[in-house]
Design a protein. Sequence first.
Length: 132
Amino acid sequence: FNPDIFKLGTFVDGDLMSMAIWSRNLECFPWLSRDFFAARYPELYASKGITYVVGLLTKPEAERRGYGSASAKQTTEEILAHGGLMVVDVCDANADLPRVAAEHYFGKYANVEQIPLGTQSYWGLQFTPLAA
């Protein structure tokens, strides 16, 4: 358990429908380049005003039922209260996700500007047994 990592769940009758996971303490995520964020956003970095979102998730059977919007509203309120910058990384298969989230979820509760920070490559490494 890490108290710096915030987890928000939307439950219906005890069943988890959607979840958001984030932190403003970038030290929690050793895979992030803290030097990059400190150089690009020095004031926000120093004040822990950068919110790194690990995931915004909705169960497939719960999609289009408003549960993701409920999480987006609470996430937006939290981000606005602490610097206003949310950072998320996505693979190319989900490259449209930030735009969709900004327009259809977060944009209901705040003005959202999308800022490309760079690209990330995802690679698969296929393993096969060594020849005898």
